[in-house]
Design a protein around this ligand. Structure first.
Ligand SMILES: CC(=O)CC(=O)SCCNC(=O)CCNC(=O)[C@H](O)C(C)(C)COP(=O)(O)OP(=O)(O)OC[C@H]1O[C@@H](n2cnc3c(N)ncnc32)[C@H](O)[C@@H]1OP(=O)(O)O
Length: 428
């Protein structure tokens, strides 16, 4: 854990969040780019809180997992097309599904160190508009042709092109080192931890039920900015029951005995974007803005999933939070029972359940399910990879504020590459 040191640093407040409703891929946002979605989420924040002036926001930090080469600095391009002042510096980061949370941490560090009074963090991802690459062999031929000094040299290089070179390089939802998809990795972990189908379906149904209830009571009124005809997450199925979920056919882990993971207890491929406004207390006070919560600690960890998953072990691809959270809590001198709310990103129901089991195995108390993902999570909202961390920070801060009074919330996000990013939000 890296607690933000008390003496020489300032408290970092979470002031507000804004996101577009998340959409199932190839649906209503099929023609929207990362930049368009991120701009809509950013503008939602800027316009609601009057942040248009020069120097009003210190910087914008954001990222995307699936990024086009034209978006070489997606964050800066987004600022230039948004209501935020063009003099606002911006940069990209990427830590797979931990991107949105890591962007929040990067922004928070600068505020804590007094380098800026405020910053916006966020993320966007579209699986609909995924960047197709040119086949590597074709790319090399094209580069050779570009380097050629004569027309003849160019023609000679281009003559090497074969029909097979025209096959595009399509990004796969798979780990480069194993070739396995995220779902296949999660299926190995589910088996290693003995996660049942019933428990996964129950978690998925709860996620939909709680997200629906949160929309119903107006919780997302200030958080969700309508976009392209959607005003709430398209994946949400308020009536999704355990019985319906139990009827779905397994889609991952089919080569092993009794596969348990389905389209209902896995996140769908999703398009969306989310942003969070962070600031020092002085900055917020000067503008009459009430902090929702404070970011008080964070941690990151990584596991050797290549060895772990190949051996069918417990340290699976998405299990790094099993190390990050106990480490963060130990350094903070807290137990899991000290948290009023716990937010675990639901990449797959099985990964949430394996994480809970791993925390207990490492000596943490069981998580009270009444405190877990109380406004639903990724199984119901969907999961636009880089947006998820920012969605969770804004949701948890809003939930703590909604409760009123002092409170503490924990965030746990698993990420591809065997990584995990975690954080603590508090209200005093
Ligand atoms: C990336 C990181 O760093 C870390 C991470 O987060 S890892 C996670 C990354 N994300 C992923 O890997 C995405 C995984 N998901 C997928 O690949 C796909 O969504 C999937 C293969 C699981 C399913 O794809 P699909 O078959 O197109 O799903 P879809 O057609 O929507 O649903 C299949 C059926 O289930 C039904 N269904 C889905 N959810 C349901 C629910 N909650 N209740 C009832 N029925 C449901 C659908 O209605 C559909 O039924 P029909 O066939 O009768 O129409």
């Amino acid at each position: 854990m890296n607690p933000l040191p008390a003496q020489s640093t300032r408290r970092v407040a979470v002031i507000a969040g804004a996101r577009v409703p998340f959409a199932r891929s190839d649906g209503p946002y099929a023609t929207a780019s990362n930049q368009e979605m991120l701009t809509a989420a950013l503008d939602g924040l800027v316009e609601r809180h009057g942040l248009q002036g020069p120097g009003e926001v210190g910087e914008f930090v954001a990222g995307a997992v699936l990024k086009h080469s034209r978006d070489f600095n997606l964050a800066r391009e987004t600022v230039l097309g948004s209501a935020l002042h063009p003099s606002t510096p911006a940069y990209d980061i990427q830590q797979a599904c931990g991107t949105g949370l890591q962007a929040v941490i990067a922004a928070a560090n600068k505020i804590a160190l007094g380098q800026t009074g405020s910053a916006i963090a966020g993320g966007a991802d579209t699986a609909s508009d995924a960047p197709l690459g040119v086949n590597d062999r074709l790319r090399r031929i094209l580069l050779e042709a570009r380097r050629a000094k004569s027309l003849g040299g160019r023609a000679k290089a281009l003559a090497k092109v074969r029909p097979g070179h025209l096959v595009p390089d399509i990004p796969r939802n798979a780990e480069p080192r194993t070739g396995l998809s995220m779902g296949e990795h999660a299926a190995v972990t589910a088996r290693a931890w003995g996660v049942t189908r019933e428990a996964q379906d129950e978690l998925a149904a709860t996620s939909h039920r709680r997200l629906a209830a949160a929309y119903e009571r107006g919780f997302f009124q200030d958080l969700v900015v309508p976009f392209r005809g959607l005003s709430r997450d398209q994946n949400l199925r308020p009536g999704s029951t355990v019985e319906q979920l139990a009827a779905l056919r397994p889609v991952f882990g089919l080569s092993g005995p009794e596969p348990t993971m389905t389209a209902g207890n896995s996140t769908p491929l999703t398009d969306g974007a989310a942003t969070v406004l962070l600031a020092s207390e002085e900055w917020a006070e000067a503008r009459g803005l009430e902090p929702l919560a404070y970011l008080t600690a964070y941690e990151a960890a990584a596991v050797d999933f290549v060895g772990g998953d190949v051996a069918g072990g417990e340290d699976g691809l998405l299990m790094a939070p099993a190390y990050a959270v106990p480490r963060m809590l130990e350094r903070a001198g807290l137990g899991i029972e000290d948290f009023d709310l716990v937010e675990i990103h639901e990449a797959f129901a099985s990964q949430v359940l394996a994480t809970l089991a791993a925390w207990e195995k490492r000596g943490l108390a069981p998580v009270d399910r009444a405190r877990l993902n109380v406004a639903g999570s990724s199984l119901a909202t969907g999961h636009p990879f880089a947006a998820t961390g920012a969605r969770i920070v804004a949701t948890l801060a809003g939930l703590l504020a909604e409760r009123g009074g002092p409170g503490r919330g924990l965030i746990s996000v698993c990420a591809a590459g065997g990584q995990g990013v975690t954080a603590i939000l508090e209200r005093t």
